[in-house]
Design a protein around this ligand. Structure first.
Ligand code: ZN
Ligand code: ZN
Length: 210
């Protein structure tokens, strides 16, 4: 990934209450998945590398299924199932390994994207764009603003942290208003558009990946 292109991608991914980092990481992961599915049909070594880890975790498996490709799935999972069956027939089947190769790949992509985002924050116009139209999820907020290893950018991160906390406080207000207006005494007060979507947005923003 070229850094400048990645920074532009992050800028373009600033969009309401959808985490720009999650969006860019997922897009990159989907491209990777597309390659795996395409190559795995003919590339036996690649196939075994993915299968060595006992297949894919639930999250990445679902992402892969969403990309589609029945033939590649039949081949990859056919090999996996064959191995699984032979292991289950033994008196002591081997325990399953944790995570999958896409978990490893995702961590690499994430490190790269976080460092590009931190770099972006040094530009005033990026922080302004973030203030106007962006919000990171809690996972990425922790990794960017609360990571002691990033002290070198303390000042930049302070601005980012302030903006993010203000936005989360606003989101909390929308949730509280939504709950309040559920009460019959206030039921005739109209709900704002922000209140209507806040309960859905918060699920992704506060979801823990690991
Ligand atoms: Zn995120
Ligand atoms: Zn995984």
């Amino acid at each position: 990934m070229h850094t400048t292109a990645l920074q532009q991608e992050l800028m373009d991914a600033l969009h309401g209450h959808t985490c720009p980092l999650c969006a860019v990481i997922e897009r990159s992961l989907k491209t990777q998945i597309g390659h795996i599915l395409y190559e795995s049909v003919n590339d036996g070594i690649l196939r075994s590398r993915y299968i060595e880890k006992d297949g894919f975790c639930h999250r990445h498996g679902k992402l892969m299924r969403a990309v589609g490709d029945p033939l590649a799935h039949a081949i990859l999972y056919g090999h996996l199932l064959k191995m699984r069956l032979s292991s289950w027939q033994k008196p002591r089947p081997k325990p399953l390994k944790q995570g999958c190769l896409l978990c490893v790949r995702e961590t690499e992509i994430e490190t790269h994207v976080i460092s590009a985002f931190t770099h972006c924050l040094k530009a005033d116009d990026f922080l302004t764009a973030y203030r106007n139209n962006g919000l990171v999820c809690q996972d990425h907020f922790h990794q960017i603003a609360l990571n002691p290893a990033r002290r070198a950018h303390a000042e930049v991160l302070e601005g980012f942290k302030r903006v993010t906390l203000d936005k989360y406080a606003q989101l909390l207000h929308h949730l509280e208003e939504l709950a309040r207006k559920h009460d019959y005494r206030y039921a005739d007060e109209p709900r704002t558009q922000a209140e209507r979507v806040a309960w859905q947005e918060i699920v992704d923003l506060l979801g823990k990946k690991r």
